[in-house]
Design a protein around this ligand. Structure first.
Ligand code: PBG
Length: 337
């Protein structure tokens, strides 16, 4: 009796030889479900004052802060490899960091000068500008403070001005990463009022209070200053429903695209949001995720190129339209051969 069923199962299993299409490279190519192209990548770049200045970031081997002239060269290299966009992050001079982060709204600040220099030299490349106060505040938080509290509405008022100076300087995409409530609607309204209605808003909608931002905070120089945690505004890593509410809210306020951050540790959130909302989902392979791979590769524990490629393909499998990654140029060069 049971033999018959066993036999049936065997026949079925023998008919299904799952290894057959894996045998040759041509058949693997033919049935591959996801592909990774340079056009999937956004390259985050750290900028610093100076001329011909390159500063290695200790915790991110292979990543450097660049002065504006070198950031322009980086933009040319990225464009030549088919990378559609860059995201810019400033390391603000300590003398310009204040309690209220006012330098963020200076139309001649480092980021604005970088935006216009790159726009002039490489007008075809998309430029993403981060909206948040942490590179500009003396305390390293993304908003202004009253005692220990990060003030929501007072911060939003400054973020709106920050978004406007960035958009006027040449940012194509305004990407608020601050996690204040109501900032997407306020920024969208101000952009439209100022005739900047073509500026895209990419909301860091699902941004978690992560331990993996450490190397970024070294890169922008906010880490050593940071007092306390960002748990009162960034999301609890234990939650996924909160991501749905954040995205619903940001879309209702006018976000064009949404982002999940960190990315690698939150691929479940990427997939959930992609299945639930008909909107492009981006993910940020953040500094700590980059560092895990880059440092492990330096230690001989991983093969850098293979680990990089596999980590980035994971985002495509999870449904992401684009990936912010410090590997962007290396990955694009590898794909282009
Ligand atoms: C802050 C901001 C952070 C990152 C991008 N924008 C850090 C933070 O929230 O503390 C992190 C990116 C990375 O780790 O690569 N507005």
């Amino acid at each position: 009796m049971t033999t018959q069923w066993d036999k049936h199962d065997m026949t079925f299993l023998q008919g299904r030889r799952l290894r057959r299409p894996r045998m040759a490279s041509w058949s693997r190519d033919l049935v591959r479900e996801n592909t990774l192209a340079p056009s999937d990548l956004i390259w985050p770049i750290f900028v610093v004052e100076g001329q011909n200045e390159r500063q290695p970031i200790k915790t991110m081997p292979g990543v450097e802060r660049l002065s504006i002239d070198l950031a322009v060269e980086a933009a040319k290299a990225a464009h030549a490899e088919g990378i559609p966009a860059l995201a810019l992050f400033p390391n603000t001079d300590p003398s310009k960091r204040t309690e209220n982060g006012r330098e963020a709204t200076n139309r001649d600040n480092l980021v604005c000068r970088t935006l216009s220099a790159i726009k002039d030299a490489v007008p075809e490349i998309g430029l993403v500008a981060d909206v948040a106060l942490d590179p500009y505040t003396s305390h390293g938080h993304d908003g202004v403070m009253d005692g220990d509290e990060i003030l929501n509405d007072a911060t939003v008022a400054i973020l709106v001005q920050q978004a406007l100076v960035q958009a006027r300087a040449g940012a194509d995409v305004i990407a608020p990463s601050d996690m204040m409530d109501g900032r997407i609607g306020a920024i969208r309204e101000a952009l439209d009022e100022e005739g900047l209605d073509n500026t895209i808003v990419l909301s860091y909608a699902a941004k978690y209070a992560s331990a993996f931002y450490g190397p970024f905070r070294e890169a922008v120089g906010s880490g050593a200053r940071l007092k306390g945690t960002k748990l009162s505004y960034q999301m609890d890593p234990a939650n996924s429903e909160d991501a749905i509410r954040e995205v619903e809210q940001d879309l209702a306020e006018g976000a064009d695209w949404i982002m999940v951050k960190p990315g690698m540790l939150y691929l479940d959130i990427c997939r959930m949001l992609k299945d639930r909302f008909d909107v492009p989902v981006f993910a940020y392979q953040i500094s700590g995720e980059y560092a895990m791979i880059a440092i492990a590769a330096e230690a001989g524990a991983l093969e850098r190129d293979a680990a990089m490629a596999e980590s980035l393909m994971a985002f495509k499998r999870a449904g992401c339209s684009g990936i912010l990654t410090y590997f962007a140029l290396d990955m694009a060069r590898k794909i282009n051969g």
